[in-house]
Design a protein around this ligand. Structure first.
Ligand SMILES: [Fe+2]
Length: 181
């Protein structure tokens, strides 16, 4: 289930607060300037469906968000538990970093965990099927897909070429509970 666990950034042993209901998640993240939403597919997707079908099923909410936020491009990424590059893919964004533009993900299936370092707090946002999150440009964060990753996600970009991670050098991510272990 989708969930937000709010920790003090120096106390990763136990969250101060756990939010599991949809309205509570939207409000808790919205109060920090983080957009979270639930999207419905316009058609039922089959496991064999590719990028075009996935983008078509969510064309309406994608168009709305693009108009609202100015995102220019959308694509679909997929990760499966037996992917040969899963460890490498997991490690890529597992340390605290920032981007010069928003990190926008919609989970068509599967799940993953964002950790947002907001002031003196870390918000662990476990995203599942149907969840959209937009992490604002400049937000310190990391992402854990777990050791047996499974997700299909739509990504929205302002400039795909500009979407690179700038690592903060902080080792905070390793002090927090990993996802899926
Ligand atoms: Fe990121």
């Amino acid at each position: 289930m989708s969930e937000v666990r709010i920790y003090r950034d120096d106390a990763p042993a136990k969250p101060e607060r756990v939010v599991t209901d949809e309205a509570g998640i939207i409000n808790a993240l919205g109060a920090e300037g983080i957009l979270f939403a639930r999207w419905q597919a316009a058609q039922v997707l089959k496991p064999s469906d590719g990028q075009d079908e996935v983008l078509k099923a969510y064309a309406a909410p994608i168009a709305r968000l693009r108009a609202e936020k100015g995102y220019q491009a959308a694509d679909v990424v997929r990760m499966v538990p037996d992917a040969p590059n899963r460890a490498e893919a997991r490690a890529k964004f597992l340390k605290e970093h920032q981007h010069a533009e928003d990190e926008v993900r919609f989970f068509v299936e599967g799940s993953g965990s964002f950790y947002l370092h907001l002031g003196q707090r870390v918000y662990q946002v476990i995203c599942e099927r149907g969840d959209l999150i937009s992490v604002p440009a400049g937000t310190r964060h990391w992402f854990d897909m777990g050791p047996a990753p499974l997700f299909t996600a739509i990504r929205l970009f302002t400039n795909p070429d500009g979407w690179v991670a700038k690592f903060t050098g902080a080792e905070i991510a390793a002090t927090f509970p990993p996802y899926g272990e």
